[in-house]
Design a protein around this ligand. Structure first.
Ligand code: CDP
Ligand code: MG
Length: 733
């Protein structure tokens, strides 16, 4: 086993060393730690391969309540083996004993708050109970989830349990993907999708029950749903509302819903031993890897769940773990690595639920999704680095960024609890007990108080809710954020000066997109480039998974990528070039391989594009192509994204034009070496620096031409930048 004392040596062993130059901004962000005053421990302080890994102190045991096992094994009538097994399994869930009591309560009360430990069967069972009790004869049962993966996977599970085809009696609906039919009785959906359903059906007449699940997550859409369902419940006494949550602070929900009764499902929870590190960890990625390997080698059988902040981190750890376990030899049990995150392709998601083969150990690398949304059986060890990605918003500047932040105490306890579901468990916290006690907040701030509200305000206005200040929020958003959203929508011409929805605003609200993107689509009518605009919007909606960059073929991949950037057209047009080239090959998979493009992402973009094309028709915008006029396309982009403009500084950084802030072009951008004098960007991401991602060159006059109410000539006066040293402003205008 190797010892690594100097960082250079570590790099030589690091399979990612070459990639780091490009990904430095990604890996770098993981080097977070608690309490900067604490003694720092660098990753070089301990050996890489767990000989004297991380010191943990056993600190506490979270006691749980134990329930007796339910022994009802009878279900003789079922012919189908799987279905019978699943039916038996259903009866072993903690909620089963309360089935009849629960149904009685639903009959008696219109609104009920349901509280139960993760894994007790709330999400999968309650909608089925309601179906069995006849509620679906009166209308659909909706069950909302904050996360798309959860909606899909739970719907798949329930359709299996009921022995029906997914999309028939049981279906799901997430943005850009509707897997339901005329037959659908139980509909799992993201909270955002139910919110959108109000637009077409303001009284939710086709539903008999709405279950707002995972209410404790307090996502923006869930919070808005609270207000809307509370309102319609008053004039729809037949509509049943269930608010379900995994945490015990249900009084708040009960108070909000006019003292609705609280139905508690006692969980089956075993004691969990909590261990803390003796000193803070300098790099939680390294620490997590070492801990997983330590558990694997030293602890008794049982699967491991590691909480990480996002896809990149999960992929990084996945590869490092694969690399490290390869050298462990045959004496050590096999370690199966199963990632789970929002964009993971559906067919790979099922893997985490498959039972671990005899003699092997499973390690699930998950985002926050495994905290309460998904129950994975067989987990005995939890590794909790103590971080999650959280959106934060500065209403003063209007800037939103995703930041890696310490989790709350409530989250830490939820995470620990995941190890004690089927037997006593252990949780390894990669932070000190001092950090836990003093640095972690009690609860996560609800999203409504830390996000851009433009989208929600547009939706509420389209629902005819004008008086936003007096909307019945469970926790109101900061008034500054509301005001900023109104201002932004006004600047986008979605609202008039009296705050009323304009025709543009009404059209924008039809698209399930951020208002800036919707505005780009609506504006494309004027520039006769709606065909290009929907292609760009769908490519942007897929996220950052279009280009594929295998480690051993980086040069080839980079060259292939640059082909789409010929003429320094900018990232938006490059995405359009990718889409159009693929379309010209009749959507060839081979073409994707040859060009280092992820075919799965492209297919998703095509799906999204088809839907956006349908919506164009709905708002009566003709599909017209203007492919040769790049300026027209860029003007359409500018019509939506003029808030996101930046100007080059002498030192190669950029300053955002309004609310000046220093930002940089993301290294993955086609313009990263070009540095145009003026740029417009899709989004900001904060990693090691504040980066603009998806950047296109801009003519400053366009800002005044397109958004005269937002920019004056003085904002775009170019004089200050004319003294640029030669070469720096190659693409300057
Ligand atoms: O919602 P709650 O956390 O109370 O529990 P649930 O999601 O209804 O999970 C109940 C049971 O269903 C768990 O034991 C899971 O193992 C199982 N389940 C599954 O096998 N596959 C899924 N996709 C979802 C749940
Ligand atoms: Mg659930």
């Amino acid at each position: 086993m190797q010892r690594y004392k100097d960082p250079e040596a570590k790099d030589k062993m690091n399979p990612f060393a070459e990639q780091e130059a490009w990904e430095e901004h990604q890996i770098g962000k993981s080097k977070l730690q608690f309490g900067s005053k604490d003694r720092k421990r660098s990753s070089d302080d301990y050996q890489y391969v767990f000989e004297d890994g991380i010191d943990f102190v056993k600190s506490s045991v979270i006691e749980g309540t134990k329930l007796e096992e339910d022994s009802d094994q009878e279900d003789a009538d079922e012919k189908d083996m799987l279905k019978r097994e699943l039916q038996d399994e259903r009866k072993t869930l903690p909620i089963y004993k309360f089935r009849d009591e629960l149904l009685k309560a639903v009959e008696e009360f219109q609104v009920i708050v349901i509280v139960g430990e993760t894994g007790s069967g709330k999400t999968t069972q309650i909608p089925q109970y309601l179906h069995e009790a006849g509620y679906t004869a009166k209308g659909k049962v909706a069950c909302t989830q904050p996360r798309r993966v959860a909606a899909m996977s739970v719907a798949a599970r329930v359709s299996q349990e009921m022995g029906v085809k997914l999309g028939h009696e049981v279906g799901y609906s997430i943005r850009f993907e509707d897997c339901t039919s005329e037959k659908t009785l139980i509909k799992y959906m993201t909270d955002g999708m139910l919110l959108r359903e109000f637009l077409g059906e303001p009284d939710l007449a086709s539903y008999s029950v709405v279950m707002v699940d995972e209410a404790h997550e307090r996502t923006l859409s869930t919070d808005i749903l609270f207000g809307l369902v509370k309102d319609i419940s008053r004039f729809r006494p037949d509509l049943k509302l269930l608010i379900s949550s995994a945490t015990l602070d249900a009084e708040k929900f009960s108070d909000y819903f006019d003292s609705a009764p609280i139905f508690k499902i006692p969980g089956r929870r075993y004691p969990v031993e909590v261990h803390y590190t003796k000193a803070p960890e300098a790099d939680y990625i390294d620490a997590a890897i070492v801990t997983v390997l330590q558990i694997h080698v030293t602890q008794s059988p049982g699967d491991i769940l590691v909480f990480l902040t996002g896809q990149e981190e999960i992929e990084t750890i996945d590869e490092i773990l694969k690399h490290r376990t390869r050298g462990l030899g045959t004496k050590i049990a096999e370690l199966l690595i199963c990632p789970i995150y929002a964009n993971l392709p559906t067919e790979l998601q099922a893997k985490i639920f498959e039972p671990t083969p005899e003699g092997a150990r499973k390690v699930v690398l998950a985002t926050n999704i495994a905290e309460t949304s998904l129950t994975i059986d067989g987990i005995k060890y939890v590794v909790d680095p103590g971080f999650c990605k959280i959106k934060s918003y500065n209403p003063r500047t209007g800037m939103e960024s995703l930041l890696i932040n310490p989790i709350s105490k409530a989250s830490a306890n939820q995470r620990a609890g995941r190890s004690g579901r089927t037997g006593p468990g252990k949780c390894f916290r990669l932070y000190t007990s001092y950090n836990y006690m003093h640095d972690l907040e009690d609860n996560t701030v609800p999203e409504i108080q830390r996000t851009n509200l433009a989208n929600v305000v547009l939706t509420l206005k389209s629902l005819g809710i004008h008086d936003l200040v007096n909307f019945d929020f469970m926790d109101p958003p900061p008034s500054e954020a509301l005001l900023k959203a109104l201002e932004q929508l006004f600047a986008l011409s979605a609202l008039n000066s009296r705050g009323e929805l304009t025709k543009t605003g009404r059209r924008m609200a039809e698209f399930p997109l951020d208002p800036m993107l919707s505005k780009m689509l609506v504006a494309s009518e004027k520039y006769k480039c709606s065909d290009e605009a929907i292609s760009i919007a769908s490519m942007l909606s897929v996220g950052n998974s279009i280009f594929y960059r295998p480690k051993d073929k980086q040069v080839h991949a980079d060259n292939a990528r640059l082909n789409f950037h010929t003429g320094n057209v900018g990232d938006h047009i490059a995405l359009l070039n990718v889409y159009n080239s693929w379309r010209e090959t009749d959507y060839s998979t081979q073409w994707c391989y040859e060009n280092y493009i992820q075919v799965r992402s492209m297919k998703r973009a095509r799906d999204i594009r088809d839907q956006l094309e349908g919506l164009l028709e709905r708002v009566e915008i003709e599909v017209s192509s203007n492919a040769s006029d790049l300026d027209a396309i860029k003007k359409a982009i500018t019509s939506g994204f003029f808030h996101h403009s930046a100007r080059l500084q002498k030192n190669g950084s950029y300053r955002t034009v309004k609310n000046p802030q220093t930002v940089f072009i993301h290294p993955s951008s086609g313009l990263a070496q070009v540095l145009p004098r003026w740029a417009i960007y899709h989004e900001l991401v904060l990693t090691t620096k504040e980066y603009m991602r998806q950047v296109t060159e801009l003519k400053p006059d366009w800002l005044v031409e397109i958004a005269p109410h937002y920019y004056q000539l003085k904002d775009v006066d170019d004089a200050g930048s004319k003294k640029l040293p030669k070469g720096e402003g190659r693409a300057a205008l």
